[in-house]
Ligand binder design. Structure first.
Ligand code: 3HC
Length: 301
């Protein structure tokens, strides 16, 4: 196995155009960040016109928000809008020096997307995956040039979260790995080198944390107090606010992957299943009333 950490001596590749596989929530945020940071054309690709259009609309709305917040002036917003494109044809990503995929969290889907990309891009185009928990090594297996695959795990909300987990797969070469670090640096974020292990570092912890907090809810703690407790511990956001942000279905998907790969300590979570079923973390979670731990009326809600 290669050592982890930015490789000394390997030159990063030049990035003159970027592709994003997918036009969903993470894909749009990534497209915007990369266009803003690298100042190169960024083309998102999704499967049909409807998804593509919705993706581009969402990115345009983000640009508009940046303008109204004063983070971009009119010229900056127009220049950024010019850099952002969308397509349904994978061949439109042929010129990209970097493609980051942010499609459905299913190994087979991601493998298929990478294989499709490999058919159209050059042999040294970096293929990055924004996977939350899947094995980058397995994702790259079967490609003609697996050495140009790397994990770049950005966090939600992408514009604000400073961290990126950089995942070196078994066959990632030094130039690809160095390029990954250079991209994170250009985005003014902090790259952390993590092993290609299920859930990397952050999701491995977050999912356990969430599972334990859901357990506390089963015992009678309220959502509001659980959020307050962890915000009081210095977390920037309560666990349920975070669950709402990430999306309960995404969290459950990560949990299922981790249980499969790391075993029963990622226990089945009826609480999370309920949240996923209802689609909302805050409103519909019903804790079992607990006589032994009554909620203090002064603080409970
Ligand atoms: N574009 C660019 N920058 C922006 C921005 C925007 N639209 N909006 C805000 N910012 C900047 C601000 O200027 C500020 O920068 P500064 O620190 O240099 O001044 C910084 O972002 C923070 O902005 P705010 O002060 O408005 O942010 P808050 O203090 O309210 O914090 C938060 C918001 C960053 C979202 C914080 O609540 C947080 O960190 N929450 C936790 C989120 C988290 O844990 N995410 C991970 C989810 S897990 C995941 O994604 C993994 C996946 O695989 C499932």
């Amino acid at each position: 196995k290669h050592p982890l950490g930015r490789p000394e001596g390997a030159a990063p590749r030049e990035i003159r155009a970027v592709g994003v596989a997918g036009a969903g929530l993470m894909a749009g945020q990534l497209a915007l960040l990369l266009a803003r940071s690298l100042r190169v054309p960024v083309t998102m690709r999704d499967l049909d016109d409807e998804r593509a259009r919705r993706g581009l609309d969402a990115v345009h709305a983000q640009v508009d928000r940046l303008r109204t917040q004063g983070r971009l002036d009119d010229r900056g917003a127009a220049a950024l809008t010019d850099l952002l494109r969308v397509t349904t044809d994978v061949a439109d990503l042929a010129d990209a020096d970097l493609v980051i995929e942010a499609v459905f969290e299913e190994l087979d889907v991601k493998r298929q997307v990478l294989a499709e990309l490999e058919n159209v891009v050059g042999p040294t185009t970096v293929l990055a995956t924004n996977t939350s928990a899947l094995s980058v090594t397995q994702m790259a297996a079967g490609l003609e040039n697996p050495e140009r695959v790397v994990g770049l795990h950005f966090f939600n909300p992408v514009a604000q979260m400073p961290l990126v987990e950089v995942v070196r797969a078994d066959r990632t070469d030094d130039a690809t790995y160095a390029t990954a670090f250079a991209i994170v640096h250009a985005c003014r974020k902090t790259a952390v080198a993590v092993a290609d292990a299920p859930g990397f570092v952050v999701n491995r912890l977050l999912v356990r944390l969430l599972g334990e907090v859901l357990g506390a809810l089963e015992e009678g703690t309220t959502v509001a107090d659980a959020d307050r407790a962890l915000a009081g511990m210095g977390l920037p956001m309560g666990p349920f606010q975070l669950l709402q942000l990430v999306g309960p279905a995404v969290a459950e998907h990560v949990l299922v992957t981790l249980r499969r790969d790391l075993g029963e300590r990622y226990a089945d979570s009826p609480g999370l299943a309920r949240v996923v079923r209802d689609g909302r973390a805050f409103v519909t979670f019903e804790a079992r009333p607990s006589a032994s731990s009554p909620v203090d009326p002064a603080v409970g809600e």
